[in-house]
Design a binder for this molecule. Structure first.
Ligand code: PMP
Length: 429
């Protein structure tokens, strides 16, 4: 497979764009380097790069593209809205319609607000929680990614009851002092942190189904335990459902596990591929937000008609009968196929999967938290990634990411992928 044009474009990009990419996760640094593949177009479950190569895509743009690329209903809706204007700075009925759809699907959203990215959504939930509780500290879980604002770019201290350290240059220590990090799936760690910082914790922020150190599901009772412990300490619970909203069911992790947080942040899928974020939750908490309350949040692009129209169109597709059953069926087929090839070639892997999202971890038996994910074999993954790319299978270039299925993948795509895995594992032996 020839990547000459991609390589040329990447050399050019390196001169003009810092690191050659507009988001670091797109670089191939974690998988042995080299030029990322430059895309020409995408349709359904397929990518076509600038050198004329075709790929089966499991990146799905890091999650949003659950209905496949250029889905006809979403594309038509965007075109029709674009012809009527893309931005007004004044309200539209689309915002009401979309807010009602989200509330019906996720009943804990008594009130919502739209903005433009997952980062913005999570960032605002923290501000609102601080405004509501009058407290400053936040507890989050190690390895979960919540965007690129200061408070969530903080690493774990040396134990659940220690304060964090900045994870990025430019994040002030004073900000890190308000963030405590505990291991995912560890209620004892959370309890210890809450006991120590009790009256100071505004919120416990959690990805209810982790997507950012691979797909990792909560242990039985974990989410209920988070609610019980946080509420007993007078802290709010915030779910970061930027990945999980509408990924696993028509609704969110709250519908999958039957536990409701006080506030929820969303993004990705709800924009149908256009930039979006949204947050919402209990009415009395959300009423802290301006213009009703003292917590400020605004945005020139927030609730823009193009993103609203695309998001509504995407949810309309997801409302169709059998969508999530199909994702489950394809996911199970893919998981079983990869496991069978791993056994055949004696490659040591484990797969975490929920419906149409999975992560293949190398060199391990179980991943339930970040430390276990970190300990998996990154070199084996890097080799696998490069072999799969040359087989025409597009994965995310990091051992910490998921494979995302779309409604447009076919059984044959999955079979072709399994055949590619067979050849890749053969070479990895
Ligand atoms: N939260 C989670 C769980 C995410 O996965 C991401 C993005 N990968 C974000 C927040 C940030 O979203 P965005 O990139 O849209 O700012």
């Amino acid at each position: 497979m020839n990547h000459q044009t991609s390589e040329k474009l990447h050399q050019e990009a390196l001169e003009h764009i810092v690191g050659g990419v507009n988001s670091p996760s797109r670089s191939y640094k974690a998988v042995g380097g080299g030029s990322p593949v430059y895309m020409d177009r995408a349709e359904g479950p397929y990518f076509y790069d600038v050198d004329g190569n075709k790929y089966i895509d499991y990146l799905a743009a890091y999650g949003p593209i659950i209905t496949g690329h250029a889905h006809p209903h979403i594309t038509k809706t965007i075109q029709e809205q674009a012809a009527k204007g893309v931005l007004y700075g004044a309200p539209t009925s689309l915002e009401n319609k979309f807010a009602k759809m989200l509330k019906e699907a996720i009943p804990s959203l008594e009130k919502v607000r739209f903005n433009n990215s997952g980062t913005e959504a999570v960032m605002t939930t923290i501000r609102v929680a601080r405004a509501y509780t009058g407290r400053d500290k936040i507890i989050k879980f190690a390895g979960c990614y919540h965007g690129h604002f200061d408070a969530v770019l903080v690493e774990a201290g040396s134990g659940p009851s220690t304060l964090g350290t900045p994870d990025s240059a430019g994040v002030p220590q004073t900000t890190a002092n308000d963030v405590i990090t505990v291991p995912f799936n560890d209620l004892a760690g959370l309890k210890e942190a809450l006991e120590k910082w009790k009256d100071q914790v505004a919120a416990v922020l959690v990805e209810p189904i982790v997507g950012n150190f691979g797909i990792v599901t909560p242990h039985d009772g974990f989410l209920q335990g988070v609610n019980d412990l946080a509420h007993a300490a007078g802290a709010l619970v915030i779910y970061d459902e930027v990945i999980s909203a509408f990924r696993f069911t028509y609704g969110s992790a709250q519908q999958v596990y039957g536990v409701e947080p006080d506030m929820t942040a969303m993004g990705k899928i709800i924009g149908g591929g256009l930039p979006i974020g949204a947050y919402g939750g209990r009415k009395d908490i959300m009423e802290q937000v301006a213009p009703l309350g003292p917590a400020y949040q605004a945005g020139t692009m927030s609730g823009n008609p193009l993103s609203m129209a695309a998001g509504i169109a995407c949810l309309e597709v997801l409302q169709e009968e059998g969508v999530y059953d199909r994702l489950e069926k394809l996911g199970a087929q893919l998981e079983a196929g990869i496991l069978e090839k791993a056994a055949k070639h004696q490659i040591d892997i484990t797969i975490n999967r929920l419906r149409g999202a999975l992560t293949v971890f190398f060199g391990t038996e179980e991943v339930t938290n970040y430390a276990e994910s970190e300990a998996t074999d990154g070199e084996a993954f890097a080799k696998f990634f490069q072999l799969m790319l040359h087989e025409g299978i597009n994965l995310a270039p990091s051992k910490y990411e998921a494979w995302f299925l779309t409604t447009e993948h076919t059984e044959k795509d999955i079979d072709d992928t399994i055949a590619a895995v067979d050849r890749a594992f053969e070479q990895m032996r």
